[in-house]
Design a protein around this ligand. Sequence first.
Ligand code: HMG
Ligand code: MG
Length: 307
Amino acid sequence: MGSENGRGDRFVRVQEVGARDGLQNEPRTVPAEIKVDLIERLAAAGLPAVESGAFVSPKWVPQMANSEEVFRRINRRDGVTYPALTPNMKGFERAAAVGVTEVGVFAAASETFSQRNTNCTIEESLERFRPVCAAAAEEGVRVQGYVSTVLGCPYEGAVDPGIVADLCGRLYAMGCYRVALGDTIGVGTPSKAAALIDRVAEAVPLTDIGIHFHDTYGQALANTLACLDRGIRTVDASVSGLGGCPYAPGAAGNLATEDLIYMLDGLGMETGVDLDAVAETGAFITGWLGRAPVSRVAQALAGRKAA
Ligand code: HMG
Ligand code: MG
């Protein structure tokens, strides 16, 4: 199997989400200059995609209200993509106005989460994405489609993989070049994650499926390995394991980028990412936030450095 960018089966595209998912649930808004510093350090560490903001309602998620300023100030590197979330046309227009070249639309596989997160039904969310995909195609902007709560919903519990696969197929047909499976509350386990990949691969080519796992129950790395075994080669992760969703109570951060890179290095997979540079970046942002990184690899590297 070749990867999406033709770099071969051993290349894993690691998509960094720390500056968006990582910071959207923080008690206070991180100023634009700190976000820009974070994003530029992550890109310099070799990450091919660094999600940099969300053009959502500032009333709903005030932490992302400075996304325009962030995008205006980032010194963009050649070869690095800086995606942003856009829930509707208003979000897309805001993103396009500051030169965003890849946006993410986000649906949910459970009705209650869809309502809580985006104030609409699943069907209504798809109707909002249709014009976003059309406008994006016209302007040469790529669209990734997220599906949340794929392995469980904080309000409804278990989620039917058939519903996830159907939604993924519809997003793909609408023009999303990739669909990303979000275990928003981190309840999945490896066999369920692998079975979900098999099911979704009936609707979307394996090369165009990404994974986005939160680590609430400490399963994100194990789930990722199970999905890599199934052929997945695009994985979201967040520096230091930051992250959470304001509308997913109890959800912990994402799979930590440091933990993912350490495992992939050990497996002999290629990422182009410098682990030490990511860990230093993690120390920078967690230092600013005033707490220790949750990543075990980051802790181990910091301990070794201190010794
Ligand atoms: P709404 O209130 O239903 O929207 O929110 P509305 O269309 O009724 O408009 C109400 C007001 O919001 C209007 O302003 C609009 O202009 C404004 P007013 O006339 O009252 O002054 N508005 C906007 N302003 C700025 N940017 C926009 C925008 N849209 C409307 N794009 C909406 C609907 C979807 C906007 C809202 O529910 C929202 O922003 N939700 C986002 C929640 C969010 O960001 N969640 C976290 C990200 S998703 C996630 O973390 C999951 C993921 O990581 C994967 C995983 O882990 O599973 C991706
Ligand atoms: Mg998330």
